[in-house]
Design a binder for this molecule. Structure first.
Ligand code: XBP
Ligand code: MG
Length: 285
């Protein structure tokens, strides 16, 4: 019989650099998406920053909250601008075809976004800080895989985690570092390579259909916490789908997939979901 206390068991697991639920495969790392997962950044963060940048560039473009939801199907800010301009301002796009203006416009958008974030306007979603600290304490490695520009990711984690931000996430895969953005698997493959771990040792937290498709196509299983823009989507390929991670006293809502056993998502719950993936067929790798 194991006579160790719960704290001792967790301490031993931390020393091994992962979390092993008795009788299951080890959860070595959790890979977080950013927008919609760490924080609900799109409507009141990125969208606002795009609109201000358009205005500063003298463009009469304005993305409403509803229209922005549709534009989120195009991942990546520069790609989104191009996509919109191709349909609504083809003359402008032709005139700036060398791409420099799109990059300048997007660069301004990123500066505005960072200032919004650093002013404290975009807090972490429920349970994120709690889970990040629990994973760290247990020795589970943390990484980020996002479509978003690196400076915007840094601003968001700095604003919300303070000084420890730079040491929390071991690998940050972001933006143009890969040729193809989500739903392509490239960013997840790169993060796995940098972690030097097989997909089976990791779990992803995502919020969007494109993000889930990217993770699955890299051979990773994902838990979906739906965001403001993805609340009406269905995620048949997710391991499980919940409203958010929840907090003690503020229950997470189970929306589909593997059942949620407590009122919030913690390491033990993640490890339990992860333990089922060994027998679960994955999509293409
Ligand atoms: C979401 C995105 C990003 C952001 C805008 O990324 O598609 O493009 O909307 O950021 P994820 P940029 O969910 O993968 O975190 O303007 O920096 O691209
Ligand atoms: Mg996202």
């Amino acid at each position: 019989m194991d006579t160790r206390t719960q704290a001792e068991i967790q301490g031993d697991e931390a020393a091994q650099g992962g979390y092993l639920l008795p009788g299951s495969s080890e959860l070595r790392a959790v890979i977080f998406d950013v927008d919609g997962t760490l924080a609900d950044t799109e409507r009141d963060g990125h969208r606002v920053a795009f609109n201000r940048a358009f205005s500063e560039f003298g463009l009469d473009w304005h993305w409403s909250a509803k229209q922005y939801g549709e534009l989120l199907g195009i991942t990546g800010g520069k790609e989104r601008i191009r996509h919109y301009a191709a349909a609504h301002a083809p003359d402008w796009l032709r005139a700036v075809e060398d791409g420099r203006w799109v990059a300048l416009l997007h660069g301004l958008k990123c500066e505005i976004y960072a200032s919004l974030v650093l002013a404290g306007g975009l807090p972490l979603r429920p349970g994120i800080a709690r889970l990040v600290h629990e994973l760290r304490a247990a020795g589970v490695r943390l990484a980020i895989a996002t479509t978003t520009t690196p400076s915007s990711v840094s601003a968001l984690i700095r604003a919300n985690f303070g000084r420890e931000a730079s040491s929390l996430f071991e690998v940050i895969g972001a933006g143009d570092i890969v040729a193809r953005k989500k739903p392509a698997p490239d960013i997840y493959r790169l993060v796995l390579q940098e972690l030097d771990l097989p997909a089976a040792a990791c779990l992803v937290l995502e919020d969007s259909p494109a993000g889930l498709a990217a993770a699955n196509a890299a051979g990773l299983s994902a838990v979906v916490t739906v965001s403001a823009y993805s609340a009406r989507e269905v995620f048949p390929d997710a391991l499980t789908v919940v409203s958010d991670l929840g907090e003690p006293g503020i229950a997470s809502r189970w929306l589909g997939g593997l059942p949620l056993s407590g009122e919030f998502v913690d390491l033990r719950q993640l490890a339990c979901w992860h333990s089922t993936t060994a027998s679960r067929p994955m999509l293409a790798n």
